[in-house]
Write a protein that binds this ligand. Structure first.
Ligand code: ZN
Length: 228
């Protein structure tokens, strides 16, 4: 999970409506998510401005992001994990039989992590490492589906839905073809999008570098969000 810190801001002064137009239309706080492994709280406030020119989403402890209301938004996610013996290999929520897996604070699901970053990126929100910091013990061992569900909820609160998603996994072994459809189906269900708009590709790394030597796994995701 990438931990890079970045400043997320939009040229809000250019789109800021008159003060009288400001109106809080939606407010949702202290949302509770319960999973089989953990129960935690995320405080969220979604504020839509009356003129529909901008949406601000505030996540507890994270600077708010005020985004122009666009008909489409594109996001890209990238993630890489080290592969070590003695860990399960979980890709897209599916346990893939292999001689090693990802050592990570959460379940190390490289695909779901970059899907989350793609959705958050499209919304101009901070990245997965900032919203779910690995320094916080409440995320230890958390299934990455929790992060996806939260990103999807933020997307809906901002007034968007998935247009389509295209992901590429890079790994030397094992062969992913026997598991691709299970991963796609699980991803489709997790983000609540039709199977036909979810695409998954897998490539080797030509046996070079850590990816090609079965020492790491990486994934890229591009997602298109459409205004509802
Ligand atoms: Zn990750």
């Amino acid at each position: 999970m990438a931990m890079a810190t970045a400043t997320h801001s939009y040229g809000y002064s250019q789109i800021q409506p008159k003060a009288s137009q400001f109106r809080v239309l939606a407010r949702q706080q202290l949302h509770t998510l319960t999973t089989k492994h953990s129960k935690f709280f995320v405080s969220l406030r979604a504020t839509k401005i009356a003129s529909s020119t901008a949406t601000a989403i505030e996540v507890e402890g994270i600077p708010s992001s005020k985004s122009k209301s666009l008909p489409f938004r594109v996001g890209h996610g990238f993630d890489l994990h080290r592969l070590e013996p003695g860990y399960p290999l979980i890709i897209g929520g599916i346990n893939i039989p292999h001689d090693r897996g990802c050592e990570a604070h959460s379940d190390g699901d490289v695909l779901l992590h970059c899907v989350v970053d793609a959705i958050l990126g499209a919304l101009s929100l901070p990245d997965i490492g900032q919203i779910f910091p690995d320094s916080d013990p409440k995320w230890k061992g958390a299934p990455s589906s929790v992060f996806v569900q939260e990103a999807v909820r933020l997307m809906h609160d901002a007034g968007y839905e998935i247009g389509n998603l295209d992901a590429t996994l890079i790994l030397q072994r094992p062969k992913l073809s026997p598991h691709k459809e299970a991963i796609r189906a699980n991803l489709s269900e997790l983000i609540g999008a039709d199977l036909s708009v979810i695409n998954l590709k897998a490539k080797t790394h030509e046996k070079v570098d850590s990816l090609g030597e079965n020492r790491s796994i990486a994934a890229h995701t591009v997602v298109l969000l459409m205004k509802k």
